[in-house]
Design a binder for this molecule. Structure first.
Ligand SMILES: *[C@@H]1O[C@H](CO)[C@@H](O)[C@H](O)[C@H]1NC(C)=O
Ligand SMILES: *[C@@H]1O[C@H](CO)[C@@H](O)[C@H](O)[C@H]1NC(C)=O
Length: 412
């Protein structure tokens, strides 16, 4: 009996230790809190794998619990008027400053795109709701938080196209008037996969013939920007980092395009390139675009190009080929397509698989003559901006939010 209790106790302890323990770099602040937070994410991920294995639900179906757990109903408060609307059929949560007496000044606007790997997340999550309110009050801005449809139910290009439809609808003279928005002071912004969508719509909008109103600024928070090379130094260095390990990012990428696991396996091995996509590898050549300090420890070798019978990478065809589409991988455009982009704010974190995507975009935009503010957090980890609410509130998340909104204040 006693022995039985001890065995159960030891088993529970080792189980807990297994989930909590992971090599988190010393430099990261509030390490224990991050370990605990991450043990929840890891536990859920294992449950999701198991659930998919036994055929209960697909992996993302279980991971979606993260979104549900943080859901709120966005409601108006004394400073902010909140409405749920549809722009061209797409759901949008609209946050507006409450009109003050005699205030007829035109306002700024921010179109915000939430993160979650195109598969998870919602504008109606607590941290996004808080961020939107902060932007409204600090910037006297109208904030649109776009509820684009998600993969795997809606693969690429649906999430992208939902965002583009909202942008096109909102940037019409008549609509801007309705919300008292200054057409010269509109920004697009997003974190992680939302940063990917923000970068992609910025590129497409500037080459849209007949589009009169353009963005004044784009603010990309630890964005995902390319799917060609999933072995950049940051992918290698941070493959087991909390919140977004490499396997999860590869999972998000592959699920964005297809539910066929062949793409996931090829992306894990970094052998998903085909002859067509490999001609674009020059745009994500990290040995050319990263500062010396980041590639000293790694030797560059271009990702393998594996060909099958039909000249395609093995097992990858149809929609899975879209990973080289610049609407999915905004880094894959030539310099000429970058030149006239709006000024940019790019946030990167040292301990993030996506660090090098962001840094390469900084290098390439600057080389093309675009004004870029690059804020790199030496102790930052992916997703930190989402951790501003107790009990998973991190000081670094608050600092990032503050600096980001300050940049908008000065540049929008
Ligand atoms: C990447 O850049 C290096 C020089 O920095 C060059 O030697 C190499 O050929 C390039 N590779 C590709 C695929 O562009
Ligand atoms: C990179 O290549 C050089 C020369 O081939 C080799 O000496 C070095 O050990 C390699 N570095 C890494 C990190 O693989």
């Amino acid at each position: 009996m006693r022995l039985g209790n001890i065995i159960v106790f030891v088993a529970l302890c080792s189980f807990t230790a297994y989930y909590i323990y992971e090599p988190i770099p010393e430099e990261i602040e509030e390490r224990w809190k991050l370990m605990l937070t991450n043990s929840f994410f890891r536990g859920l991920s294992h449950l999701a794998d198991f659930s998919e294995l036994v055929g209960l639900t697909d992996y993302m179906g279980v991971m979606y619990f993260i979104t549900l757990a943080e859901k709120v109903v966005p409601v108006s408060d004394e400073n902010v008027k909140v409405t749920e609307e549809k722009f061209d059929g797409v759901e949008v949560v609209v946050y507006q400053p409450k009109q003050r007496g005699g205030d007829t000044e035109l306002r700024r606007a921010v179109i915000y795109l939430h993160g979650g790997g195109w598969c998870l997340g919602s504008s109606r999550m607590g941290p996004y709701d808080l961020l939107a309110r902060k932007m409204v009050t600090d910037l006297n801005a109208v904030v649109l938080s776009v509820e684009y449809r998600l993969a795997p139910a809606h693969h690429f290009p649906v999430p992208y196209e939902d965002v583009y439809s909202v942008v096109k609808h909102f940037l019409q003279k008549g609509v801007l008037d309705q919300y008292s928005v200054d057409p010269g002071r509109i920004a697009v912004s997003g974190d992680s996969a939302g940063g990917n969508l923000a970068a992609a719509v910025s590129q497409q909008l500037q080459k849209d013939p007949g589009q009169q109103v353009q963005f004044k600024a784009q603010a990309l928070l630890y964005p995902v920007l390319q799917a060609l090379d999933l072995n950049t130094p940051s992918y290698q260095q941070n493959q087991d980092m909390p919140i977004l390990p490499r396997t999860l990012m590869v999972r998000f990428w592959s699920e964005y395009f297809t539910s066929d696991k062949a793409l996931f396996r090829a992306m894990m091995a970094n052998t998903h390139n085909n002859p067509e996509s490999s001609s674009l590898l020059k745009f994500v050549n990290w040995s050319a675009f990263l500062p010396e300090t980041y590639h000293r420890k790694y030797n560059y070798s271009a990702p393998a190009v594996v060909q099958g019978v039909a000249g395609q990478a093995v097992g990858i065809d149809g929609p899975a080929q879209s990973f080289a589409d610049p609407r999915a991988s905004p880094l894959l455009v030539p310099d000429t397509a970058l030149r006239s982009l709006p000024k940019a704010y790019i946030l990167t974190c040292e301990y993030d698989v996506l660090r090098d995507d962001g840094i390469m975009y900084v290098t390439r935009l600057r080389a093309a003559g675009v004004e870029v503010t690059h804020e790199h957090y030496d102790t930052g980890f992916h997703g930190a901006l989402m951790f501003t609410v107790w009990p998973t509130d991190f000081l670094i998340g608050r600092r990032m939010t503050h600096n980001y909104v300050e940049w908008l204040k000065e540049n929008l």
